[in-house]
Write a protein that binds this ligand. Structure first.
Ligand code: ZN
Length: 137
């Protein structure tokens, strides 16, 4: 049985990293630890950290991308929740057995030495959920 062992991060869709990062840093003291370009998803991701809490600010680099379409449909806001799991393959099998709709049938490469997979919001109260497993160092 693979359990969720904690919240990994909250992903927030934003129009501009340059405008958004300073707001969270100034208001709450988040540290901006990194920004990466994710070409396969047409996305730039800024990582913000405060204590145990982590956020990803997601800025699309093209309108015809998953986050670009999210922004034009729903505007800025919470895009996904990411939970740490101990065993991602097992967690996906169990999620499917529990009747959840998978977006990724097998893990894909995440940032910062993680593997990730997404579950559809359709069977999770409208929330896009990412499961995340840390790779051994
Ligand atoms: Zn994420």
């Amino acid at each position: 049985m693979s359990h969720v062992i904690g919240l990994a991060h909250v992903g927030i869709a934003v129009r501009s990293l340059e405008e958004s990062i300073p707001v969270w840093v100034r208001a709450f003291g988040f540290r901006h630890t990194d920004t990466i370009q994710f070409d396969s998803m047409k996305l730039r991701i800024a990582f913000l950290r405060a204590g145990e809490s982590e956020m990803e600010l997601l800025e699309p680099t093209a309108a015809d991308s998953p986050v670009g379409r999210f922004l034009s449909k729903r505007g800025e806001g919470i895009h996904h929740l990411s939970f740490h799991v101990t065993d991602l393959e097992e967690a996906l099998e169990e999620a499917e057995a529990a009747g959840l709709e998978l977006i990724d049938r097998s893990p894909r490469e995440g940032s910062h030495r993680t593997k990730i997979a997404f579950l559809s919001p359709r069977t999770l109260n409208g929330v896009l959920v990412e499961l995340c497993q840390r790779r051994e160092p």
